[in-house]
Design a protein around this ligand. Structure first.
Ligand code: SF4
Ligand code: SF4
Length: 168
């Protein structure tokens, strides 16, 4: 992703997202039998093209949810109490999940887009953008949202769309 600029790519995502969302709608109504195999191949291809360190849009604009295990692990790593960690950094959202008070995430190093707690980061972060989830169709709502936020998901869905368009 040499010379990648998120702002420029965002324009492409916004322009093409409606067609990718329509494709995802169709896919959820008529799931191809080989979808999981195709998705695994396309996901691998995506990571040959995308460098998250050139992007970090997820860490800049979204908050992960922090499970109790995440909070315990990260607070231990920081040598502070879980209570202190929650008071300092987190709040409960409308669904009752612990999320960041601020964005960009307090653990993102804005100079190089690296996560300062990478080894102990929340499970939500290590699993993002959730391309491996099964059954995949249960995550269509996530992909529909992320085609305008995450270049990796945009490319993932675009490649799956191209694959099935070429076959039809
Ligand atoms: S996961 Fe997506 S939004 Fe996050 S840094 Fe990678 S490409 Fe960007
Ligand atoms: S904890 Fe790390 S990976 Fe997760 S949002 Fe914050 S900076 Fe990004």
């Amino acid at each position: 992703m040499a010379g990648f600029k998120f702002k420029t790519f965002k324009k492409t995502m916004d322009k093409n997202a409606p067609s990718l969302k329509r494709f995802l709608n169709k896919l959820s109504k008529n799931r191809p039998k080989d979808l999981h195999q195709v998705a695994a191949v396309k996901d691998q291809q995506v990571w040959g093209e995308i460098d998250c360190l050139a992007c970090a849009n997820c860490c800049r604009t979204m908050s992960p949810t922090f499970t109790s295990k995440d909070i315990k692990r990260i607070a231990n790593h920081m040598n502070i109490s879980e209570k202190h960690f929650k008071e300092k950094w987190l709040l409960k959202d409308d669904e009752g999940d612990w999320v960041n008070k601020i964005q960009p995430c307090q653990f993102l190093n804005l100079d190089d887009n690296k996560c300062s707690i990478y080894e102990v980061r929340p499970k939500d972060c290590s699993g993002f953008p959730h391309h491996h989830k099964k059954p995949m169709m249960e995550y269509v709502h996530v992909y529909k949202q992320n085609v305008t936020f995450c270049p990796a998901t945009y490319k993932f869905v675009e490649k799956i769309k191209e694959h099935y368009s070429a076959k039809s």
